[in-house]
Design a protein around this ligand. Structure first.
Ligand code: PBG
Length: 327
């Protein structure tokens, strides 16, 4: 037997020493919790494919937000679910002063002020009768440039209602530039843009469509969301968004795209977010319910892998469930 001088196991012998040499941290400050707000009243509706995640009406939202703050989650990503009769062909509820997100923002601003950072998902698919992320032509194809004008109206309306950050998620070409100029024209110079810059056409979004009750028309989305086999294209998307004024970038989904997170992080110096999406949550919880894995432990490992790949910020439905375990 030769002498072993290098023994990596020496640094693994206790919690204390493991914590000393740990390379990657995860804390509640890294996490953003998605929150679904419905225009109905007196509702706290479970989402079947996403255990412990609910749609809340405004009158029942505070308890959820109080609980998030109690466990140290101080940032939310807000999604609105309008009444069926408020949906139309262009998603005009998204830029109505009386829209569900605008009402939610005013409520959150008045109840929580700066305690809670409210980020809005900026898109149309939850608000259009056809479920597309913008304006469509007679053949049901998304029209890029007309959609930009409505995006401008939407972000200005969000900012007026008190949005702290806007997060355009529609993969519309030129959306970041259009949004930046609309915000600046209205003197909202200090509202940052978190761009869903690198968003793949992914089947991992399945449970989300349940959560917001939209049409699941996946084929069309492949025309504007990125093709999963592509990585270099992520750099093209990210570069355009940085040039157009994105303050933060996002890669979505997260788990199957850790290589993309790493590549984007290597190339760009703005803060990088990733979205640990609904399908990633659902499959973990489903296996946990079967007793096949320890869901929260697996979640912590997944979230840590996203940080290790280079994500500064993680949007995750696990934020609340794992917060107790985190600094
Ligand atoms: C678009 C949007 C979607 C998600 C976040 N914003 C759906 C889509 O692009 O089809 C998915 C999030 C998730 O799956 O958790 N409004």
């Amino acid at each position: 037997m030769h002498d072993l001088t290098r023994r990596p196991r020496r640094l693994r012998q206790s919690d204390n020493i493991r914590e000393l040499v740990r390379e990657t941290g995860l804390s509640t400050d890294d996490l953003i919790m998605p929150v679904f707000v419905t225009a109905e009243e007196d509702v706290r509706r479970p989402i079947p494919s996403m255990p412990d995640i609910y749609q809340y009406s405004l009158d029942r939202l505070d308890r959820e937000l109080d609980e998030l703050l109690e466990v140290g989650i101080e940032r939310i990503l807000l999604f609105g679910i309008p009444a069926e009769e408020d949906k139309d062909a262009i998603g005009s509820d998204t830029f109505s002063d009386d829209g569900i997100v605008q009402r939610a923002l005013r409520h959150i601003q008045s109840q929580y002020g700066d305690e809670l950072l409210a980020i809005t998902d900026v898109c149309f698919c939850e608000y259009t009768t056809h479920g597309h992320c913008g304006v469509v032509d007679d053949e049901d194809h998304l029209m890029n440039d007309p959609t930009l004008e409505n995006l401008q109206r939407q972000v200005v309306s969000h900012a007026r209602a008190g949005a702290d950050v806007v997060a355009p998620s529609g993969m519309i070409d030129g959306q970041v530039g259009a949004i930046r100029s609309a915000l600046d024209d209205e003197e909202f110079h200090e509202v940052p843009i978190l761009s869903y810059a690198v968003k793949y056409a992914s089947d991992f979004y399945g449970p989300f469509r349940d959560a917001v009750e939209t049409e699941d028309d996946f084929d069309h989305r492949r025309r504007y969301q990125m093709d999963p086999p592509n990585q270099r294209e992520a750099l093209v998307e990210a570069e355009l968004d940085v040039e157009e004024g994105a303050d933060m970038l996002m890669v979505k989904p997260a788990l199957s795209y850790l290589d993309v997170i790493q590549t984007v992080d290597d190339q760009f110096d703005v803060p990088l977010a990733c979205y640990n999406v609904s399908g990633e949550y659902a499959m973990t919880r489903a296996a946990d319910e079967k007793g096949w894995i320890e869901g929260n432990e697996v979640a912590l490992e997944m979230l840590t892998s996203m940080r290790r790949a280079g994500a500064d910020v993680i949007i995750s439905y696990f934020a609340r469930a794992v917060a107790d375990e985190l600094p």
